[in-house]
Ligand binder design. Sequence first.
Ligand SMILES: *Cc1c(COP(=O)(O)O)cnc(C)c1O
Ligand SMILES: [Zn+2]
Length: 402
Amino acid sequence: MKYSYIDHLYCPKCENTYSHEEKNNLCECGSPLLVNYDLDDLKNNLKKEDLIGRAPTLWRYHELLPVTKEENVVSLGEGMTPLLHMPVLEKEYDVTTVWMKDEGLLPTGSFKARGSAVGVSKAKEVGIKEIAMPTNGNAGAAWALYATRAGMKSHIIMPIDAPLITRKEVYISGADLHLVDGVISDAGKIVGQSAHKHGWFEASTLKEPYRIEGKKTMGLEICEQLNWEVPDVILYPTGGGVGIIGIFKALKELMALGWIEKGKLPKLVAVQAEECAPIVKAFQEKKAASDFWPDSKTKAFGINVPKALGDFLVLEAIYETEGYAIAISDEDLLKEQQLVAQKEGAFICPEGAATFAAVRKLKEQGWLKSEDRVLCLNTGMGIKYPETVQEEAPILPKDATI
Ligand SMILES: *Cc1c(COP(=O)(O)O)cnc(C)c1O
Ligand SMILES: [Zn+2]
């Protein structure tokens, strides 16, 4: 039996196809490339029950991942994060079920570990030795550490005000780190030029085809953890949109395999920050693509992406699942972050908190119904963002009693 059922890469815009055995970035038309698997063949060779007993990492789905030889897998044990029930918040929001998939438990502290584990493994498989990428923090941290694990050199450029801990994660990995006095798109321009000049492989969001495949495993895990049923709604904090594109791809592949019921897709909701909401704006205007969002800013740094290369794929996932796109103010998402900690004991990241604030808002607006079973993705651990908590505590003299 084959380790991977990958067949080829294809362009969702112009339908050009490419070989997965070569180094690939974008399609010649400028669109991101997607991975196609031979699902008919896989359907005959693998049953969902065959997964039982496999190790609890994302590599349990290796047939649906792009790495063809197990020896190329670069892993820090990523995957199978907890799917938690949030009983107090259910009452708070007045919806039947609230689940949280907690991606904060992954290596490097965010779900970016999924994309980099698979992306770096496939890069190794096709012989890439040196990668470069711009980042808002978490992706750079994950790619730098996984690249080191693979014995690869990495060049990472991030905005000066990206979360400090992610800068340190990159630095300690031994990567070549640069800071830019600007936003991620400025870092992207520099990476593009330097990668071209030095022959580094550009691993920027969606400029390489395999990060989506790693993030797809969130969707595979959600379905397996719910015993191959799907929630009614999945809310995702959307920046570059890779996660939502990946989850949508997972659902379609599972449907093609007959592992989940046909025609019962969960509604996918893209949650953005009010001051960086290009996808929400495009959704409201019923457009197929977004416009660049000038002067974007939010404390939820991972979703500060003014224009996503895969915006049209994000919007397609929303439209095809009859989902929604909603923006949350920084004030509201920080309030919700505190509430989730106080009500459920979970210290989540501001991006993840935005999805909980969105549940509240969508229920108030009537888009969510009381009987809905909703799933929020917490994409990173709260302790990566200590500056989001303004604590106050009295200082005691040594001999005090309280
Ligand atoms: C990168 C990131 C996001 C956004 O992810 P995309 O899949 O690119 O939209 C959300 N939350 C955190 C914590 C992130 O690091
Ligand atoms: Zn194309």
